[in-house]
Design a protein around this ligand. Structure first.
Ligand code: XIL
Length: 369
């Protein structure tokens, strides 16, 4: 307790000494995540449409100062990039690629094959031939356009259930379990100059991890390239599964894979389930939204401690981890304000609603000292 109080004081002092003044908009933190971890792993953020278009002027400077990797939060998902059978809309994705090139930010393409956020014409599609045509055309077209222009692809997102079995998604139902290997085979041909990843949430949990390893082995046995596994990292305060994460990093690396932490955030609000299935929802009510005006100090401190523990673990295995990406720039922009319950006030990231670094930011930076 005393130790906690002392470290709390130390962080507050560090914030003061670093020249950080509250009340100042766009106050630039003295430290930079990408600089601090430049010999360890890339530090990424998810970018929304207005950030990609440069309309979010308050975020703009902070993004360039803090991050050297970025993942489009939504604009490369099939519902946006492939809105009709024979029509693709590359406008925002092209802008993102240009932005990355200009600013030395490595782009992770997210995502080629996912059962959620599908274009309207594909939802409830019954015809297997049509699903195969969509699947093939989509990968060929999108992966080819951005080959070598995006650093990595989340080729397949969330193909597994919690128990490690295959999720009964539209792709699994119409194309069979091998759709994952097929997706990598197509991506490999269309995007020879881009790293290829399988991405999921909870795939650090033992049962799902075993399913993930089986998937990877199947791809490898087919002679198809897979460069790594993305662990999304949507975790909950006070319940970070550090042991399972470490074991997963080791087991994935033992398969010859690189590990990316792809969508890191820490939920601080009440939740009755684990993971990040976007179709799972809860009704908002006052009890589920306890920190409407501010985050209590004790929770702020726990959040900082959780982030510190995570980054210590990531550093311990930095030879196996190539990238750590946060799912959003600041708390106000996080998807967790609207999922799994709409209209909540959440605090899952390192920067607050004013783009100011939170105590967790300083604790993360301090893991290098
Ligand atoms: C989320 C976005 O952040 C939201 O804006 C959108 O409404 C739903 O999807 N796993 C993923 C991400 O792979 O694509 C999801 O992103 C979060 C869970």
């Amino acid at each position: 307790m005393l130790k906690n109080k002392c470290s709390w004081l130390a962080i507050t002092a560090a914030m003061f000494l670093s020249g950080y003044t509250s009340g100042q908009n766009n106050a630039a933190p003295a430290a930079s995540l990408k600089e601090t971890f430049k010999n360890d792993f890339l530090i990424g953020t998810a970018l929304n449409a207005s950030q990609i278009e440069g309309k979010d002027t308050r975020a703009a400077a902070l993004i360039l100062q803090q991050f050297n990797a970025a993942t489009p939060e939504n604009i490369m998902k099939s519902m946006i990039i492939h809105p009709a059978w024979d029509r693709y809309d590359f406008d925002l994705a092209d802008k993102l690629v240009d932005y990355g090139k200009k600013n030395n930010i490595k782009i992770n393409g997210h995502t080629l094959v996912w059962h959620s956020q599908l274009p309207a014409f594909m939802r409830n599609m019954k015809d297997a031939d049509s699903v195969r045509k969509f699947f093939t055309d989509h990968i060929n077209t999108v992966a080819r356009r951005y080959s070598g222009k995006v650093f990595s692809w989340d080729v397949v997102n969330e193909a597994l259930n919690e128990d490690g079995t295959m999720r009964k998604s539209i792709f699994q139902q119409k194309l069979g379990d091998d759709f994952v290997t097929e997706a990598f085979r197509l991506a490999q041909a269309a995007s020879p100059n881009t790293e290829l990843y399988y991405n999921d949430y909870n795939n650090e949990q033992p049962a799902k991890r075993a399913g993930c390893i089986a998937l990877v082995k199947k791809i490898q046995a087919a002679g198809v390239r897979i460069d790594g596994v993305g662990i999304q990292g949507h975790w909950q305060i006070g319940k970070i599964p550090l042991k399972d994460i470490e074991e997963s990093i080791l087991q994935y690396a033992a398969l010859g894979l690189k590990v990316h932490i792809t969508e890191l955030d820490i939920e601080v609000l009440p939740r009755n389930f684990q993971g990040a299935d976007v179709s799972q929802r809860m009704e908002n009510n006052a009890a589920l939204n306890p920190y409407k005006t501010a985050l209590p100090d004790s929770v702020q401190q726990q959040l900082a401690n959780d982030y510190e523990a995570l980054f210590k673990l990531f550093l311990k295995h930095s030879d196996k981890i190539d990238r750590v990406t946060f799912w959003g720039v600041n708390d106000g922009q996080s998807w967790l304000n609207d999922w799994p319950a709409r209209g909540r006030t959440n605090y899952p990231l390192l920067f607050d609603r004013e783009f100011k670094p939170k105590p967790a930011f300083y604790k993360v930076i301090a893991t290098k000292n």
